[in-house]
Design a protein around this ligand. Structure first.
Ligand code: CP
Ligand code: NVA
Length: 311
């Protein structure tokens, strides 16, 4: 599989075979790191890390993954560069593309990461936008594969804000990989119809299904219950409204029991606001694999950089 020179903006651009390849590469790099073996596949490469929004996992994963493979990462925070203030995205992309070998972007508008990829001339990796968070999905899929041993046919239930970047990108990733995908959310927070239709096409190809409902009884058979914050970065002013409409979709012991399985795991991209989208007892329970997911951010981000930029 040759992914050299490719950007990683959304999983829409990647086939199920390419996603499976990235997961296998992640597992391989993870196993090597556990044995104390790191590589040199990014030796001599310089990597720009642009962050308009804060980050713990994504930033640290890019830095450690880059250093593990011999690259130099340079953090560019929102007040450090001219992007979008004094200089157009197109111009910044062309400048950074002359200086760096790869660019990570986390920020608001999805169009910014698309434009960076269009004009930079080097691979651009999406570290989260308002619409999509594709590197998180690789970590989630790797965690599920490690836990269950397979992906195809698993039942995945997402409860909460059904139209944020996590719901969108989980729907893309799960439908591509043959995982049955359910969103439990109030109608006002359902994903855009156009994206649902696109994912329904992926689901048809992979033999999975997509269900979007207000009824928490649809958690039945769930192998995974997943949630995310009720207010994403940049939406802090919506807190009161979201708490009011999302309370019935909190992941608590009652919702975990709705699956009818005692093997159901709890997942969350983190950071979590305990007491809101998830109760403390579920978060801390034996069913919770959230720190495996967090660790897997690093191994999967490393795989993306190695596959698209590595020697
Ligand atoms: N899950 C995730 O992207 O975490 P950070 O915001 O800490 O990067
Ligand atoms: N939906 C969240 C995800 C954080 C990883 C946000 O955008 O803030």
């Amino acid at each position: 599989m040759n992914l050299k020179g490719r950007s990683f903006i959304t999983l829409k651009d990647y086939t199920p075979e390419e996603i499976a390849y990235l997961l296998d590469l992640s597992a391989d790099l993870k196993a090597k790191k556990k044995q104390g073996i790191t590589g040199s596949s990014l030796k001599g490469k310089n990597i720009a890390l642009i962050f308009e929004k804060p980050s713990t996992r994504t930033r640290c994963s890019f830095v450690v993954a880059a250093v593990d493979e011999g690259a130099h990462p340079e953090y560019l925070g929102k007040d450090d560069i001219q992007l979008g203030h004094k200089e157009s995205v197109e111009d910044t992309a062309r400048v950074l593309g002359r200086i760096f070998d790869g660019i990570e972007f986390r920020g608001f508008k999805h169009k910014t990461v698309e434009d960076l990829a269009k004009y930079a001339g080097v691979p651009v990796w999406n570290g989260l936008t308002d619409d999509d968070h594709p590197t998180q999905i690789l970590a989630d899929l790797l965690t599920m594969k490690e836990h269950f041993g397979y992906l195809k046919g698993l039942h995945f239930v997402y409860a909460g804000d059904g139209r944020n970047n996590m719901a969108n990108s989980l729907m893309i990733g799960m439908s591509k990989m043959g995982v049955h995908f359910t969103i439990l959310a109030p109608k006002s927070l359902w994903p855009e119809e156009e994206l649902v239709e696109l994912c329904q096409g992926y689901a048809k190809e992979s033999g999975s299904t997509i269900t979007i409902t207000e009824d928490c009884a649809a958690a039945k058979d769930g192998d995974v219950i997943y949630t995310d914050v009720w207010c994403s970065m940049g939406e802090e002013d919506k807190a009161a409204e979201r708490i009011a409409i999302l309370k019935p979709y909190q992941v608590n012991q009652e919702l975990m029991k709705q699956t009818g399985k005692d093997t159901t795991i709890f997942m969350h991209c983190l950071p979590a606001v305990k007491g809101y989208e998830v109760t403390e007892d579920v978060f801390e329970s034996g069913a919770s694999v959230v720190f495996d997911e967090a660790e897997n951010r690093m191994h999967t981000i490393k795989a993306v950089m190695v596959a698209t930029l590595g020697e």
